[in-house]
Design a protein around this ligand. Structure first.
Ligand code: NAD
Length: 337
């Protein structure tokens, strides 16, 4: 049976990396009925809106999307497309596995952690005001409901994936009410998961410890802005933004995308690393219940990385996006993953 999946190529390097991820997903033999929709710059040109209603309708209909990055136009009045998408579909949990990959030289030994980021509120509420000229404010909205469900999500993920510990990040010394509510919900949830170790770490201290010894972390649970920043920091531990996949999960829909953005500086040059979006495709295959295909795609990707001959320039190589795609597809087709 074919799975229906909405495909958003996005803009910048989006079309290049999504086409690579699509080719790898298809090479696993899983049949996907792709529903292609424009988001980002092509959608502004056609519909005057980077996130037209047709995109949301399609994802509501298929329940699953594979998404390339999109540029947020600055100073044009458009709110971040990603924030709008996550809110509109209530994709409340952002999950980013941070894993060292074979053949990718980093400063660290084995890193294997998961970032779970609350995706719908906090400082991303988009409520900013001018109080009086020269004084502006932005509101950090934190609700019991969102804190409870993201904490529940993180602990359930830890239990399901046999992970030993959840570390919750906070800054209660400065924000006792908002971060305090977040921590309170984490604690209550932790009490129901006695098989999973729980700790609380002040966000600045967490960054220092991550840079010193990332292996001490397992699942890191963060509110929205902390999660955004720590995701990029953690990407740097395993080789950069080109390596880290992501999933945005809600009750009724899931959108799979890389942590990186549209990288306008390298767009259209066939130099972008497609691994992050290919691994997002692997997460998507698992979500669709296609576990064997996901493992094959993962194995083929790891084999190409370990082999080391075909890698993009962010990893010290000179191969193009399409070369990486072709090498992984060839491994899948010959069963040499
Ligand atoms: P970025 O992630 O696009 O790029 C940061 C740096 O990393 C750049 O030097 C870029 O060349 C490099 N890089 C990123 N992805 C790479 C890849 N796959 N291979 C090789 N190098 C890669 O971040 P930015 O420049 O801050 O943002 C550019 C645009 O993307 C902005 O408009 C931003 O709002 C948007 N953005 C979108 C998403 C998304 O759609 N999910 C996420 C983050 C940023």
């Amino acid at each position: 049976m074919a799975h229906r999946v909405t495909l958003l190529a996005g803009d910048g390097i989006g079309p290049e990396v999504t086409s690579a991820a699509r080719a790898v997903v298809e090479a696993t033999g899983v049949t996907i009925d792709w529903v292609e929709r424009d988001a980002g710059r092509p959608a502004i040109e056609r519909d005057g809106d980077p996130l037209p209603a047709s995109v949301l309708e399609s994802i509501r209909d298929t329940g699953v999307a594979l998404k390339g990055p999109v540029t947020t136009p600055i100073g044009t009045g458009f709110a971040s497309i990603n924030v709008r998408l996550r809110k509109a579909l209530d994709l409340y949990a952002s999950v980013r596995p941070i894993r060292s990959l074979p053949g990718v030289k980093t400063r660290y030994g084995v890193v294997d952690l998961v970032i779970v980021r609350e995706n719908t509120e906090g400082l991303y509420s988009g409520i900013e005001n001018e109080v009086v000229p020269g004084v502006v404010e932005t509101l950090k909205i934190v609700t019991e409901r969102a804190c409870t469900r993201i904490a529940e999500f993180a602990f359930a993920l830890a239990r399901r994936d046999s992970r030993r510990k959840v570390s919750a990040a906070h800054k209660t010394s400065v924000m006792p009410m908002t971060d305090g509510l977040f921590l309170d919900r984490c604690r209550r949830t932790a009490a129901r998961y006695s098989d999973v170790e729980y700790e609380e770490v002040v966000i600045d201290n967490l960054c220092m410890r991550l840079a010193l010894d990332p292996a001490r972390f397992d699942v890191i649970l963060l509110e929205n802005l902390y999660g955004d920043i720590v995701s990029d920091l953690a990407s740097g531990l395993v080789g950069g933004l080109g390596m880290v996949p992501g999933a945005n999960i809600g009750r009724d829909a899931a959108v799979f995308e890389a942590v990186h953005g549209s990288a306008p500086d390298i767009a259209g040059k066939n130099v972008a690393n497609p691994i992050a979006l290919i691994l997002s495709g692997v997460l998507m295959l698992r979500h669709l219940g296609e576990y064997a295909a996901a493992e094959r795609a993962m194995a083929a990707t790891l084999a190409v990385l370990a082999d080391g001959r075909v890698r993009t320039r962010d990893l010290g190589g000179s191969a193009g996006t399409t070369d990486v795609r072709d090498a992984i597809v060839a491994r899948l087709q010959t069963g040499a993953g």
